[in-house]
Design a protein around this ligand. Sequence first.
Ligand SMILES: NC(=O)c1ccc[n+]([C@@H]2O[C@H](COP(=O)([O-])OP(=O)(O)OC[C@H]3O[C@@H](n4cnc5c(N)ncnc54)[C@H](O)[C@@H]3O)[C@@H](O)[C@H]2O)c1
Length: 272
Amino acid sequence: MTDLFSVTDRVAVVTGGLGQLGTQFSKSLAEAGAKVAIFSRREFGREQIAEKFPGLEDRIRVYVASVTDKAALQQATDRLIADWGVPHILVNNAGIDSKPSGSADQNSPFEIYPQEYWNEIIDTNLTGVMLCCQVIGSPMAAAGRGSIINVGSIYGIVSPNQALYAYREKRDGKPFIKAISYAASKSALVNLTRYLGTYWATKKVRVNLISFGGVKTANFDKEFIDAFLERVPMRRQAEIDEYNGVIQFLASDASSYMTGSNVVVDGGFTAW
Ligand SMILES: NC(=O)c1ccc[n+]([C@@H]2O[C@H](COP(=O)([O-])OP(=O)(O)OC[C@H]3O[C@@H](n4cnc5c(N)ncnc54)[C@H](O)[C@@H]3O)[C@@H](O)[C@H]2O)c1
């Protein structure tokens, strides 16, 4: 059973692997014996790696590349292949959103929602995943093996319930509408995943999506959390490390017959 979930000596790319969840995925995959290549927009030296991931510095490296920059992704991938060989696992984790506590401008009513915010979120969350699949997934397909894990959201399945955000208008006196772009970008990953899962099925590159619910962090207003938890059957957010298991499952041979799937891990949010 342990071998079934093994990722020992597999090479994993985690995009945005220094963020909240990305740090967890990088750490837990490295602890399980994988070699982890974090694709990050900023430089992160060996000393910083040792400080952030104590004891794992031999198995974690950071390569500088934005997921929206194909040339930088290609350069980082070429270096990674020279260092560690063709990756076995790609976790498309990098993503951006406008937060419930963010500016009202980024969450203005749909009728006047600025296109620049739409472009920024679609570029990172959708085009970024497509480019990483193209640049990093293609050598995996040529090698005839691999697992790509896309990181989605409950808002890729259901629309944000605007009632959860109504406290902002009451508090600030300005309209606050949770924007369309994040939901549109994450729902597009559902079919991008099916497309590539079927496209590369005979090349033995599996492509799956995980649709996460909200994670417990300090970034949220109390009013938002109270309203949100009323709509979560389990009445709690996920702990920060609670998604690591499903990442390892999809990265390993334990999920060898799965491709094109959307694995929903949300405390029951979308079941109501
Ligand atoms: N936190 C949640 O509650 C939650 C819920 C559902 C889904 N998700 C998804 O999980 C993923 C990680 O979210 P998080 O909460 O850890 O966010 P985060 O902001 O802590 O981490 C995201 C990381 O992606 C990086 N990033 C952003 N744009 C990039 C780019 N162009 N190139 C490379 N890296 C880039 C950021 O620098 C950051 O390190 C996202 O895709 C998010 O949509 C999060």
